[in-house]
Design a protein around this ligand. Structure first.
Ligand code: DGJ
Length: 384
Protein backbone atom coordinates (compact mmCIF):
# COMPACT_ATOMS: atom_id res chain seq x y z
CA UNK A 1 0.00 0.00 0.00
CA UNK A 2 2.80 2.35 1.01
CA UNK A 3 4.68 1.47 -2.23
CA UNK A 4 1.57 2.28 -4.24
CA UNK A 5 1.37 5.73 -2.67
CA UNK A 6 5.06 6.34 -3.33
CA UNK A 7 4.61 5.38 -6.98
CA UNK A 8 1.61 7.70 -7.35
CA UNK A 9 3.48 10.53 -5.62
CA UNK A 10 6.52 10.06 -7.88
CA UNK A 11 4.33 9.95 -10.97
CA UNK A 12 2.48 13.08 -9.86
CA UNK A 13 5.79 14.92 -9.29
CA UNK A 14 7.07 13.73 -12.69
CA UNK A 15 3.89 14.74 -14.52
CA UNK A 16 3.75 18.14 -12.82
CA UNK A 17 7.39 18.86 -13.69
CA UNK A 18 7.06 17.68 -17.27
CA UNK A 19 3.97 19.77 -17.83
CA UNK A 20 5.18 22.90 -16.08
CA UNK A 21 8.92 22.44 -16.88
CA UNK A 22 9.62 23.12 -13.20
CA UNK A 23 12.28 21.81 -10.83
CA UNK A 24 11.27 18.67 -8.95
CA UNK A 25 9.74 19.14 -5.52
CA UNK A 26 12.19 19.04 -2.64
CA UNK A 27 15.53 20.71 -2.03
CA UNK A 28 18.89 20.10 -0.38
CA UNK A 29 19.58 21.86 2.94
CA UNK A 30 23.23 21.06 3.70
CA UNK A 31 23.96 20.47 7.38
CA UNK A 32 20.31 20.14 8.44
CA UNK A 33 18.78 16.93 9.78
CA UNK A 34 17.83 14.94 6.66
CA UNK A 35 14.83 12.70 7.29
CA UNK A 36 14.10 9.47 5.43
CA UNK A 37 10.59 8.22 4.52
CA UNK A 38 10.04 7.27 8.19
CA UNK A 39 10.98 10.71 9.51
CA UNK A 40 14.34 9.40 10.85
CA UNK A 41 17.66 11.20 10.19
CA UNK A 42 19.42 9.32 7.37
CA UNK A 43 22.11 7.08 8.80
CA UNK A 44 24.60 6.53 5.96
CA UNK A 45 27.90 8.26 6.77
CA UNK A 46 31.06 8.15 4.65
CA UNK A 47 28.67 7.09 1.92
CA UNK A 48 28.41 6.81 -1.81
CA UNK A 49 25.76 6.55 -4.51
CA UNK A 50 25.03 3.79 -7.00
CA UNK A 51 22.60 4.56 -9.83
CA UNK A 52 20.92 1.36 -10.98
CA UNK A 53 17.92 0.88 -13.24
CA UNK A 54 16.52 4.36 -12.72
CA UNK A 55 17.00 4.50 -8.95
CA UNK A 56 19.75 6.05 -6.82
CA UNK A 57 21.02 3.97 -3.89
CA UNK A 58 22.89 5.60 -1.02
CA UNK A 59 25.11 3.27 1.03
CA UNK A 60 26.92 4.45 4.15
CA UNK A 61 28.11 3.64 7.66
CA UNK A 62 25.29 3.13 10.13
CA UNK A 63 26.42 5.02 13.24
CA UNK A 64 25.01 4.69 16.74
CA UNK A 65 24.75 7.15 19.63
CA UNK A 66 27.64 8.63 21.58
CA UNK A 67 31.37 8.23 21.12
CA UNK A 68 30.95 4.46 21.05
CA UNK A 69 28.91 4.91 17.89
CA UNK A 70 31.98 5.67 15.78
CA UNK A 71 32.79 1.99 15.39
CA UNK A 72 30.65 -0.45 13.43
CA UNK A 73 27.91 -1.67 15.76
CA UNK A 74 25.35 -2.38 13.04
CA UNK A 75 26.75 -2.36 9.48
CA UNK A 76 26.16 -0.63 6.17
CA UNK A 77 22.82 1.13 5.69
CA UNK A 78 21.10 1.50 2.30
CA UNK A 79 18.49 4.05 1.12
CA UNK A 80 16.85 4.48 -2.28
CA UNK A 81 15.54 7.51 -4.13
CA UNK A 82 14.22 8.46 -7.53
CA UNK A 83 14.79 12.20 -7.13
CA UNK A 84 17.78 12.51 -4.73
CA UNK A 85 15.74 14.63 -2.29
CA UNK A 86 13.51 11.93 -0.80
CA UNK A 87 15.07 8.72 0.52
CA UNK A 88 13.42 5.46 1.43
CA UNK A 89 15.00 3.28 4.12
CA UNK A 90 16.02 -0.03 2.53
CA UNK A 91 17.52 -1.38 5.75
CA UNK A 92 20.96 -2.78 6.56
CA UNK A 93 22.66 -4.02 3.39
CA UNK A 94 25.65 -5.59 5.19
CA UNK A 95 25.38 -6.55 8.85
CA UNK A 96 28.34 -6.83 11.19
CA UNK A 97 28.78 -10.29 12.76
CA UNK A 98 27.95 -10.99 16.42
CA UNK A 99 30.46 -10.19 19.16
CA UNK A 100 32.76 -13.11 19.84
CA UNK A 101 32.26 -14.55 16.36
CA UNK A 102 35.88 -13.82 15.48
CA UNK A 103 34.77 -12.56 12.08
CA UNK A 104 36.81 -9.80 10.42
CA UNK A 105 33.59 -7.76 10.47
CA UNK A 106 32.73 -8.55 14.08
CA UNK A 107 30.58 -5.93 15.86
CA UNK A 108 32.91 -3.20 17.14
CA UNK A 109 35.33 -3.30 14.22
CA UNK A 110 36.05 -0.14 12.22
CA UNK A 111 34.16 -0.38 8.95
CA UNK A 112 34.28 2.88 7.04
CA UNK A 113 33.47 4.54 3.72
CA UNK A 114 31.54 1.64 2.12
CA UNK A 115 30.99 1.96 -1.64
CA UNK A 116 28.99 -0.27 -3.98
CA UNK A 117 29.45 -0.79 -7.72
CA UNK A 118 27.69 -3.10 -10.14
CA UNK A 119 29.57 -5.52 -12.31
CA UNK A 120 27.66 -5.56 -15.61
CA UNK A 121 29.35 -8.82 -16.71
CA UNK A 122 28.56 -10.88 -13.60
CA UNK A 123 25.40 -8.98 -12.65
CA UNK A 124 26.65 -8.85 -9.04
CA UNK A 125 26.74 -5.84 -6.76
CA UNK A 126 30.13 -5.49 -5.10
CA UNK A 127 30.80 -3.52 -1.91
CA UNK A 128 34.26 -2.41 -0.72
CA UNK A 129 35.08 -0.68 2.56
CA UNK A 130 37.97 0.26 4.85
CA UNK A 131 38.29 -2.31 7.62
CA UNK A 132 40.24 -2.38 10.89
CA UNK A 133 39.96 -5.34 13.23
CA UNK A 134 37.99 -4.87 16.42
CA UNK A 135 39.85 -3.32 19.34
CA UNK A 136 42.91 -2.20 17.43
CA UNK A 137 41.90 1.35 16.47
CA UNK A 138 43.32 2.66 13.24
CA UNK A 139 46.61 0.87 13.82
CA UNK A 140 44.75 -2.37 13.18
CA UNK A 141 45.61 -3.74 9.81
CA UNK A 142 44.50 -1.09 7.31
CA UNK A 143 42.71 -3.51 5.04
CA UNK A 144 39.86 -3.45 2.57
CA UNK A 145 36.76 -5.58 3.03
CA UNK A 146 34.75 -6.93 0.11
CA UNK A 147 31.13 -8.13 0.10
CA UNK A 148 28.79 -9.18 -2.72
CA UNK A 149 25.08 -9.47 -3.41
CA UNK A 150 22.75 -10.47 -6.24
CA UNK A 151 20.33 -7.76 -5.19
CA UNK A 152 21.31 -4.10 -4.99
CA UNK A 153 19.83 -3.51 -1.54
CA UNK A 154 21.38 -6.71 -0.18
CA UNK A 155 21.80 -8.64 1.98
CA UNK A 156 25.51 -8.56 1.08
CA UNK A 157 27.68 -11.55 1.88
CA UNK A 158 31.10 -10.76 3.31
CA UNK A 159 33.73 -12.31 1.04
CA UNK A 160 37.19 -11.44 2.35
CA UNK A 161 39.61 -8.80 3.60
CA UNK A 162 42.65 -7.91 1.60
CA UNK A 163 45.77 -5.80 1.70
CA UNK A 164 45.79 -4.58 -1.92
CA UNK A 165 48.32 -5.59 -4.53
CA UNK A 166 50.43 -8.04 -2.51
CA UNK A 167 53.52 -8.96 -4.50
CA UNK A 168 53.09 -6.23 -7.09
CA UNK A 169 55.07 -3.06 -7.63
CA UNK A 170 53.16 -0.01 -8.89
CA UNK A 171 53.50 1.01 -12.54
CA UNK A 172 55.45 4.10 -11.41
CA UNK A 173 57.76 2.34 -8.93
CA UNK A 174 61.03 4.20 -8.23
CA UNK A 175 64.56 2.75 -8.06
CA UNK A 176 64.69 3.55 -4.31
CA UNK A 177 61.82 1.11 -3.74
CA UNK A 178 63.41 -1.65 -5.76
CA UNK A 179 66.68 -1.16 -3.85
CA UNK A 180 65.08 -2.92 -0.89
CA UNK A 181 66.36 -0.24 1.53
CA UNK A 182 63.76 0.72 4.16
CA UNK A 183 64.54 3.86 6.17
CA UNK A 184 61.79 4.22 8.75
CA UNK A 185 63.22 5.36 12.11
CA UNK A 186 62.66 2.82 14.91
CA UNK A 187 59.30 3.41 16.64
CA UNK A 188 58.44 6.26 14.32
CA UNK A 189 54.75 7.26 14.53
CA UNK A 190 53.12 8.68 11.42
CA UNK A 191 51.14 11.71 12.49
CA UNK A 192 49.40 12.57 9.24
CA UNK A 193 51.93 14.96 7.80
CA UNK A 194 55.51 16.14 7.61
CA UNK A 195 57.54 13.03 7.02
CA UNK A 196 61.08 13.51 8.34
CA UNK A 197 62.34 12.55 4.93
CA UNK A 198 60.82 12.03 1.58
CA UNK A 199 58.15 9.31 1.52
CA UNK A 200 59.88 7.58 -1.35
CA UNK A 201 63.15 7.06 0.48
CA UNK A 202 61.41 5.82 3.64
CA UNK A 203 60.14 3.05 1.37
CA UNK A 204 56.89 2.21 3.18
CA UNK A 205 55.86 0.81 -0.20
CA UNK A 206 58.73 -1.68 -0.18
CA UNK A 207 58.04 -2.63 3.45
CA UNK A 208 54.50 -3.69 2.46
CA UNK A 209 55.19 -5.06 -1.00
CA UNK A 210 54.95 -8.77 -0.15
CA UNK A 211 52.08 -8.60 2.34
CA UNK A 212 50.05 -6.03 0.43
CA UNK A 213 49.68 -2.30 0.74
CA UNK A 214 47.91 -0.43 3.54
CA UNK A 215 44.44 0.78 2.54
CA UNK A 216 42.51 3.24 4.71
CA UNK A 217 40.14 5.96 3.38
CA UNK A 218 38.88 4.68 0.05
CA UNK A 219 36.54 5.02 -2.86
CA UNK A 220 35.60 3.12 -6.02
CA UNK A 221 35.24 4.37 -9.58
CA UNK A 222 33.93 2.54 -12.67
CA UNK A 223 35.22 3.89 -15.96
CA UNK A 224 33.28 3.99 -19.26
CA UNK A 225 35.06 0.84 -20.45
CA UNK A 226 33.79 -1.15 -17.46
CA UNK A 227 37.17 -1.21 -15.69
CA UNK A 228 36.81 -0.46 -11.99
CA UNK A 229 39.31 1.24 -9.69
CA UNK A 230 39.98 1.27 -5.98
CA UNK A 231 41.40 4.57 -4.72
CA UNK A 232 42.85 4.41 -1.22
CA UNK A 233 45.11 6.21 1.24
CA UNK A 234 48.17 4.03 1.59
CA UNK A 235 51.74 4.01 2.92
CA UNK A 236 50.69 5.21 6.42
CA UNK A 237 48.27 7.66 4.69
CA UNK A 238 51.20 9.48 3.08
CA UNK A 239 50.44 8.49 -0.51
CA UNK A 240 47.32 7.71 -2.53
CA UNK A 241 47.10 4.56 -4.63
CA UNK A 242 44.87 4.19 -7.68
CA UNK A 243 44.46 0.51 -8.34
CA UNK A 244 42.55 -1.36 -11.03
CA UNK A 245 40.26 -4.11 -9.72
CA UNK A 246 40.13 -7.56 -11.28
CA UNK A 247 37.41 -8.41 -13.80
CA UNK A 248 34.78 -9.46 -11.25
CA UNK A 249 35.64 -6.45 -9.02
CA UNK A 250 36.24 -8.61 -5.92
CA UNK A 251 40.03 -8.30 -5.84
CA UNK A 252 43.00 -6.38 -7.24
CA UNK A 253 44.45 -6.74 -10.72
CA UNK A 254 47.99 -5.94 -9.55
CA UNK A 255 48.04 -2.85 -11.78
CA UNK A 256 48.24 0.40 -9.81
CA UNK A 257 49.99 3.72 -9.42
CA UNK A 258 51.08 5.92 -6.54
CA UNK A 259 49.92 9.54 -6.63
CA UNK A 260 50.52 12.65 -4.51
CA UNK A 261 53.53 11.06 -2.84
CA UNK A 262 54.01 12.27 0.75
CA UNK A 263 50.96 14.61 0.53
CA UNK A 264 48.82 12.76 3.11
CA UNK A 265 45.52 12.76 1.26
CA UNK A 266 42.38 11.22 2.78
CA UNK A 267 38.73 10.97 1.69
CA UNK A 268 39.35 10.55 -2.06
CA UNK A 269 36.33 11.08 -4.36
CA UNK A 270 36.86 10.49 -8.09
CA UNK A 271 34.64 11.44 -11.01
CA UNK A 272 34.95 11.92 -14.76
CA UNK A 273 33.61 14.77 -16.89
CA UNK A 274 34.17 15.40 -20.58
CA UNK A 275 36.96 12.83 -20.71
CA UNK A 276 38.90 14.28 -17.76
CA UNK A 277 39.35 12.54 -14.41
CA UNK A 278 38.98 14.57 -11.23
CA UNK A 279 39.77 13.87 -7.60
CA UNK A 280 38.72 15.69 -4.49
CA UNK A 281 40.51 14.83 -1.25
CA UNK A 282 41.16 16.15 2.24
CA UNK A 283 44.24 16.40 4.38
CA UNK A 284 44.61 14.20 7.49
CA UNK A 285 43.15 15.66 10.69
CA UNK A 286 41.02 12.87 12.13
CA UNK A 287 37.35 13.79 12.44
CA UNK A 288 38.10 17.52 12.32
CA UNK A 289 37.57 19.13 8.93
CA UNK A 290 40.44 20.63 6.97
CA UNK A 291 41.10 22.35 3.65
CA UNK A 292 40.15 20.23 0.64
CA UNK A 293 42.43 19.51 -2.28
CA UNK A 294 41.57 18.77 -5.91
CA UNK A 295 43.36 17.34 -8.93
CA UNK A 296 42.83 16.58 -12.61
CA UNK A 297 44.28 14.07 -15.07
CA UNK A 298 43.76 13.12 -18.73
CA UNK A 299 44.19 9.44 -17.87
CA UNK A 300 43.26 7.61 -14.70
CA UNK A 301 46.85 6.48 -14.11
CA UNK A 302 48.06 10.05 -14.47
CA UNK A 303 49.87 12.29 -14.54
CA UNK A 304 47.73 13.89 -11.85
CA UNK A 305 47.99 17.66 -11.49
CA UNK A 306 46.95 19.30 -8.21
CA UNK A 307 44.48 22.18 -8.57
CA UNK A 308 44.29 23.36 -4.94
CA UNK A 309 41.27 23.95 -2.75
CA UNK A 310 38.10 23.73 -4.89
CA UNK A 311 35.97 25.60 -2.32
CA UNK A 312 35.10 29.28 -2.79
CA UNK A 313 33.74 31.85 -0.31
CA UNK A 314 33.58 31.69 3.49
CA UNK A 315 34.66 28.68 5.57
CA UNK A 316 36.71 27.24 2.72
CA UNK A 317 39.61 26.28 5.00
CA UNK A 318 37.34 23.62 6.54
CA UNK A 319 35.57 22.59 3.30
CA UNK A 320 32.40 24.18 4.79
CA UNK A 321 32.94 21.98 7.86
CA UNK A 322 32.87 18.76 5.85
CA UNK A 323 35.06 16.05 4.39
CA UNK A 324 34.53 14.58 0.93
CA UNK A 325 33.02 11.14 0.55
CA UNK A 326 31.64 10.98 -3.02
CA UNK A 327 31.00 13.05 -6.14
CA UNK A 328 28.48 11.73 -8.64
CA UNK A 329 26.66 12.75 -11.83
CA UNK A 330 22.94 13.51 -11.83
CA UNK A 331 21.44 11.27 -14.50
CA UNK A 332 20.07 13.03 -17.56
CA UNK A 333 22.03 16.24 -16.82
CA UNK A 334 25.65 17.34 -17.02
CA UNK A 335 25.58 18.20 -13.32
CA UNK A 336 27.57 16.68 -10.47
CA UNK A 337 26.90 16.66 -6.74
CA UNK A 338 29.46 16.79 -3.94
CA UNK A 339 28.67 14.60 -0.91
CA UNK A 340 30.56 15.39 2.27
CA UNK A 341 30.35 14.39 5.91
CA UNK A 342 30.16 16.79 8.81
CA UNK A 343 31.37 14.35 11.47
CA UNK A 344 30.15 14.60 15.07
CA UNK A 345 32.45 12.14 16.90
CA UNK A 346 30.97 12.96 20.35
CA UNK A 347 27.61 11.65 19.12
CA UNK A 348 28.39 9.75 15.93
CA UNK A 349 24.76 9.19 14.87
CA UNK A 350 24.18 12.95 14.59
CA UNK A 351 26.71 13.42 11.74
CA UNK A 352 25.32 15.65 9.00
CA UNK A 353 25.53 15.57 5.22
CA UNK A 354 26.83 18.41 3.11
CA UNK A 355 25.65 18.07 -0.48
CA UNK A 356 26.62 20.90 -2.82
CA UNK A 357 26.49 21.48 -6.58
CA UNK A 358 29.81 21.12 -8.39
CA UNK A 359 30.62 23.94 -10.85
CA UNK A 360 33.23 23.87 -13.62
CA UNK A 361 35.48 26.62 -14.94
CA UNK A 362 38.02 25.59 -17.55
CA UNK A 363 39.72 22.49 -16.19
CA UNK A 364 38.88 23.22 -12.53
CA UNK A 365 35.86 22.34 -10.47
CA UNK A 366 34.58 24.46 -7.61
CA UNK A 367 32.12 24.28 -4.71
CA UNK A 368 30.22 27.10 -3.09
CA UNK A 369 28.11 27.03 0.03
CA UNK A 370 24.32 27.01 -0.40
CA UNK A 371 21.83 27.19 2.47
CA UNK A 372 19.24 25.50 0.29
CA UNK A 373 19.37 24.46 -3.35
CA UNK A 374 17.82 22.35 -6.11
CA UNK A 375 18.99 20.63 -9.23
CA UNK A 376 17.80 22.87 -12.02
CA UNK A 377 17.15 21.75 -15.58
CA UNK A 378 16.25 18.36 -17.00
CA UNK A 379 16.12 15.57 -14.49
CA UNK A 380 15.51 11.86 -14.86
CA UNK A 381 12.70 10.62 -12.65
CA UNK A 382 11.40 7.10 -12.44
CA UNK A 383 8.78 5.91 -9.96
CA UNK A 384 9.57 3.02 -7.67
C1 DGJ B 1 39.38 10.67 8.81
C2 DGJ B 1 38.78 9.71 7.84
O1 DGJ B 1 38.54 10.37 6.65
C3 DGJ B 1 37.51 9.13 8.40
O2 DGJ B 1 36.96 8.23 7.48
C4 DGJ B 1 37.83 8.50 9.71
O3 DGJ B 1 38.71 7.43 9.49
C5 DGJ B 1 38.47 9.50 10.65
N1 DGJ B 1 39.66 10.04 10.04
C6 DGJ B 1 38.83 8.89 11.97
O4 DGJ B 1 39.54 9.80 12.75
Amino acid sequence: MQMKHLKLASFAAFAACTLAACAPSGSFTPGAVWEDNNGVHINAHGGGILYDDGIYYWFGEHKTEGKAGNVANVGVHCYSSSDLYHWKDEGIALSVMPEGSGSDIEKGCILERPKVIKNEKTGKYVMWFHLESKGRGYDGNSKSGVAVSDKVTGPYTFLHTIRPNAGHWPLNVQPCHLSGKIQIPEGYGFSGGNLPMHADTMNILGRDMQGGQMARDMNLFVDDDGKAYHIYSSEENSTLHISRLNDDYTGCSGEYIRAFVGRFMEAPAMFKKDGKYYLMMSGCSGWAPNEARSAVADAIFGDWKELGNPCLGDDVETTFHSQSTYIFPVQGTNKFIYMGDRWTPQNAIDGRYIWLPVEFTNEKFTLQWQNEWQIKGSFALKGH
